[in-house]
Design a protein around this ligand. Structure first.
Ligand code: ADP
Length: 254
């Protein structure tokens, strides 16, 4: 079943250069899909067009049968509760505790006043602890986030996304700031979120090998265009060359 569809998506930040050109793809419910491509290819822009953190200029994004481009502010806020997001630099509030940061994920469900006052139900708090437990960081619940390692902070970021109860999680370079061990922990968690909870993950990655190890499908971007859309097995060295151009020689494993 299709959860997300892009139809002729186009984006330019200024009128001169098109950062995304005629992007078409379809992602099914429960799929784990990576977007790879060189720096500046448009990966981050593409991800951010999906929840309109970046406004696109052309085409359509259809999420859960809703035309995202047509939503007004209130409708968009509602749809965004269904789309979690994970960032390279975690985007946590450093001086707040782990549990407070996780509960922030419920913000979209609250009135502004409830949100500002930090009013959360017992059920929400229990769910937050359950998720922290699941991600193996419940022991840190009352620590300030800035006392945690990068890998631990990213796990808080994942809990914050999960507590939204999303159908889709967008992950923008989730392991780019992490060492290999922490990266593996994060990727394993993201993968199990898809397989165990049925949540669709769309992940921007810089590492081809990681994309190949974890993804049901890989989308390759080059200069704002999709030049590959297939399974890990279909991603041959020629395809990697096509996606990365001259950078490919550093990426192809021999
Ligand atoms: P990637 O994630 O693949 O590195 P980005 O989506 O970040 O690519 O960037 C694609 C292109 O859009 C780059 O040329 C970048 O300089 C440009 N770009 C990204 N964000 C902005 C912005 N806010 N204003 C103007 N240009 C931008």
């Amino acid at each position: 079943m299709s959860l997300l569809r892009a139809e002729g998506l186009g984006k330019s930040y200024n009128s001169e250069i098109k950062v995304l050109k005629d992007i078409h793809f379809e992602i099914g419910s429960g799929e784990f899909v990576s977007i790879i491509g060189p720096s500046g290819a448009g990966k981050s822009t593409l991800l951010r067009c999906i929840n309109r953190m970046v406004e696109f200029n052309e085409g359509k994004i259809i999420f859960n049968n809703q035309d995202i481009g047509k939503l007004n502010k209130k409708e968009l806020r509602k749809v965004r509760t269904n789309i979690g997001m994970i960032f390279q630099h975690y985007n946590l509030v450093p001086r707040l505790t782990v549990i407070e940061n996780v509960l922030h994920g419920r913000f979209g469900y609250k009135t502004t006043l409830q949100g500002v006052l930090g009013r959360y139900t017992e059920e929400e708090k229990e769910r937050a602890f359950f998720l922290l437990e699941k991600l193996g960081i419940a022991d840190h619940a009352y620590k300030r986030c800035d006392q945690l390692s990068g890998g631990q902070q990213q796990r808080v970021g994942i809990c914050r996304a999960l507590i939204q109860d999303p159908a889709l999680i967008l992950c923008d370079e989730p392991i780019a700031s992490l060492d290999p061990n922490s990266s593996k922990v994060i990727m394993d968690h993201l993968k199990s979120i898809t397989s165990e909870m049925g949540i669709t993950c769309l992940v921007n990655l810089h590492q081809v090998e990681v994309a190949q190890n974890y993804s049901d499908r890989i989308i390759g971007l080059n200069k704002g265009e999709i030049v590959f859309n297939g399974t890990s097995k279909q991603l041959t060295q020629e395809q990697i060359q096509l996606i990365y151009g001259s950078e490919a020689k550093d990426l192809i494993m021999v």
